[in-house]
Design a protein around this ligand. Structure first.
Ligand code: HEC
Length: 115
């Protein structure tokens, strides 16, 4: 019965997806950053376009509460007088909330100076 086999394949695929989201994959944040965020924020977090803050200098930006930063990543963000906006989900609607949490962890680890 080829129909039944297809259904089994589809459900095991779903189980795999939810498992991989639940696991805290340390490489995920880096992959998201290098795939999407790097275009504006640069490999070193210093920003590669006018209007993008230097996250290594302005350590206080990444020190804000997770809730604030995650909302800004999800909804997009433009501060007063800024020539460029941070696009919702970095411009990639396929990024999940878990992806954004992982990339926030990565950015803090890589760019935030301990003073
Ligand atoms: C099209 C360029 C662009 C891309 C792509 C982009 N950003 Fe941004 N991001 C910005 C700009 C511009 C700002 C500053 C906005 C402002 O202050 O008005 C910003 C600010 C931020 C901030 C600081 C927020 C704050 O409270 O000041 C964080 C965190 C951030 N981005 C994370 C990300 C992440 C994570 C990604 C990838 C998923 C990403 N950005 C992709 C342009 C971009």
């Amino acid at each position: 019965m080829p129909g039944a086999r297809l259904i089994i394949l589809a459900t095991s695929g779903l189980a795999f997806v939810s498992l991989s989201v639940a696991a805290d994959d340390p490489g995920r944040g880096e992959a998201v950053y290098k795939g999407t965020c790097i275009a504006c924020h640069g490999g070193d977090g210093a920003g590669s376009l006018p209007g993008v803050p230097d996250l290594t200098e302005k350590a206080e930006l990444l020190s804000q509460d997770d809730a604030i930063l995650l909302r800004r990543m999800v909804e997009g963000f433009r501060s007063a007088g800024s020539p460029l906006e941070m696009p919702p989900r970095g411009g990639d609607p396929a990024l999940t909330d878990a992806d954004l949490k992982a990339v926030l962890k990565y950015m803090r680890r890589e760019f935030q100076q301990t003073r």
